[in-house]
Design a protein around this ligand. Sequence first.
Ligand SMILES: Nc1ncnc2c1ncn2[C@@H]1O[C@H](COP(=O)(O)OP(=O)(O)OP(=O)(O)O)[C@@H](O)[C@H]1O
Ligand SMILES: [Mg+2]
Length: 360
Amino acid sequence: MDYKFTYELEMELSIVEAVSQTGKTVVLHDPGETGPFAGDVYLVRHKPKSVLCTPIVYQDEILCMVYLENNLTSSAFPPSCQELIRLLGSLAALSLRNSNLYEQFSSTVEQLHKEIDKRQAAQLQLLHAEKLSALGRLSASIAHEFGNPLIGVRYLIEDIKNRPTLSKEDRDLLEIGLEECDRMKHLINDLQQINKPSSGKHERFNIHNTIDNVLLFQKKNLKNKKIAIVKAYDLSLPEIVAVEDQITQVLINLTINAVDAMPAEGGCITVSTSGNAEKVFISIKDTGSGIRPEDLDHLFEPFFSTKPAAEGTGLGLPVSYGIIARHGGTITCSSKPGQGTTFTVSLPVSPAQTPAAENQ
Ligand SMILES: Nc1ncnc2c1ncn2[C@@H]1O[C@H](COP(=O)(O)OP(=O)(O)OP(=O)(O)O)[C@@H](O)[C@H]1O
Ligand SMILES: [Mg+2]
């Protein structure tokens, strides 16, 4: 049995200890003067005339102790009283045991609920990842099919454009055709990025330098749009090993989205980092329009965009998702319409620590 004694307790500890060892009730008369505990400091000082100490037992287990003292009479606990205390004790034991069982039961049910929630969330995440991966594969294979005919069309236009008999007007029209071909080529490249096996060299670099470069690159744009930048870096983070160009691309996509979401009067983007020896987290928080709850599930799907056709293709996030997944990391988003959005990227410090990286 576990019990704690403190010096404020008004009882003779050696009696309690003896009862806890034997499991038997002890009734003592003038215990400070006669019997096995005579001379004990506590008993001599407090001079109790009668002491009763009995264990509360349930199925051979001592649940707790009842310790009673009387300072007036040396026969305060006659057999009838002892019987009553034993009876009350067994009732107390039963209700103690029940309440313990109830507590155990409640905590088991709670644990079970948590486990079910965890499994459901993991299953949903898996389904979502599978759906994105299937969409990525489909988009990439469609893009591949478009790639070769596009090269042919571009050659053809270029060839016709170079003919000397062409009027300036026709030549300008063909120039527009060439520009459109180049735009399509870019789109195809982006689409192929979603499902491309990791290419590029893994290198060790300081993530804060990369973020600073991304922000520097957009400095003018941020200033024009009255957007303040707050940096909250955890400078104790280790350097990470990743394909820096690709991580840069993800950070550019996320910051451009944050800028696009800002109202005309401007706002604030907070870039923060945190992590430990195994993982780093990069959060990009904006005070922009926020995302409607019904859109949250579609953010990483290719071609999902709420922007006008000329401004957004809906490939920034799927490409970023692909890059981060290939690095063995995750991108998550939380958003409140009208208040703003936070995207958080997690990356392993070193690719060797992730199963995804083993395939690269
Ligand atoms: N920070 C953000 N705030 C509000 N909405 C966002 C934010 N980031 C992304 N979104 C929403 O997610 C959609 C998809 O983003 P994504 O970057 O994939 O495509 P896009 O920005 O529309 O086009 P692209 O990046 O290809 O130019 C956006 O159109 C927008 O509706
Ligand atoms: Mg975008």
